[in-house]
Design a protein around this ligand. Structure first.
Ligand SMILES: [Zn+2]
Length: 224
C-alpha cells in the first residue's frame, strides 16, 4: 500500500504540476478516442501500450474482456457501452484479449474454477463459439496447452465482437457508420498486438512493419 501512496505523492508534487494545463482542460469534460474493452488483468495497461494521456481512452474492464448481451445490464458493461456510444459518441471500440489470460485458462481447465461460482457464471458469456472450440480443443492432443489457449483467446475476441455488434447502441452506430469496431490480442511477453482481419477471418500484426518481421535480414537483402 505504501508504494501506492508514495506514487501518489510523486504525482502530486511532480507530474500534476507539469501537466496542469491538460488537467485543467480535462476538468471541463472528456472526448475519448476509443472505448477500450479489455480484461481486468493487472498486466494489461492500455494507456501504457498505446502511450495515451488521461482522457484518450474510455476503459471498460471485465474478466476475460467479455461483453455480455445487452439484456444483461447488471454487469455494468452494457451501461458503459451505451454511454460511450450514445453520449460520448466515441468513434472506435476495441475488444482486446491477451496472452496468459486466467479467464481463458479457466474455460480450458473448468475443474480449476469449480470453487468460483461467480467466475464460472460470468464465463458463460464467452459464447457458443468458445464452448464449441473448447469441446474441440479438449480432443486435440496434438496441440500444446499454449496453442489451445491462443486459439481460445482469439475465438473469444471474435465472439465478443459479435456480442458487441448486437448491443442496440452499437448496432445503430454501425448502421449510421459512426463507429468502427476492432478485435485485438495483446501479448504480454512481447508487447505485440495482433488484430482480427474480418475479411481474411484471421489475426495479423497491427503494425505493418511487424507483419514482415518473420523475414530474416539476410532474406530481405535477397528480396531487395
Ligand atoms: Zn485476462
Amino acid at each position: 500500500m505504501q508504494q501506492l501512496i508514495d506514487g501518489y505523492a510523486r504525482f502530486r508534487s511532480n507530474i500534476f504540476p507539469q501537466q496542469s494545463g491538460l488537467y485543467e482542460q480535462l476538468a471541463k469534460g472528456q472526448q475519448p478516442q476509443a472505448l477500450f474493452i479489455c480484461c481486468s488483468d493487472s498486466r494489461v495497461v492500455p494507456e501504457v501500450v498505446m502511450q495515451c494521456e488521461p482522457g484518450t481512452l474510455f476503459p471498460c474492464r471485465s474478466v476475460g474482456n467479455l461483453v455480455p448481451p445487452s439484456t444483461e445490464i447488471s454487469s455494468g458493461i452494457a451501461a458503459t457501452i451505451e454511454y460511450a456510444i450514445r453520449v460520448l459518441r466515441i468513434p472506435d471500440v476495441i475488444v482486446c484479449g491477451h496472452s496468459d489470460c486466467g479467464a481463458m485458462k479457466g474455460i480450458l481447465e473448468s475443474e480449476k474454477i469449480e470453487a468460483l461460482p461467480a467466475v464460472r457464471s460470468y464465463l458463460q458469456h464467452a459464447g457458443p463459439s468458445s464452448k464449441w472450440l473448447t469441446h474441440l480443443l479438449k480432443g486435440a492432443t496434438s496441440l500444446s496447452f499454449e496453442q489451445k489457449l491462443r486459439l481460445l483467446t482469439e475465438a473469444n475476441v471474435i465472439a465478443q465482437l459479435q456480442n458487441l455488434r448486437a448491443h442496440p447502441a452499437v448496432d445503430e452506430a454501425l448502421k449510421n457508420s459512426t463507429v468502427q469496431i476492432h478485435g485485438w490480442v495483446y501479448d504480454i511477453g512481447t508487447g505485440g498486438i495482433q488484430q482480427f482481419d474480418q475479411e481474411q477471418g484471421s489475426f495479423r500484426a497491427l503494425l505493418a512493419e511487424e507483419q514482415t518481421s518473420a523475414i530474416k535480414p539476410q532474406d530481405r537483402k535477397k528480396i531487395a
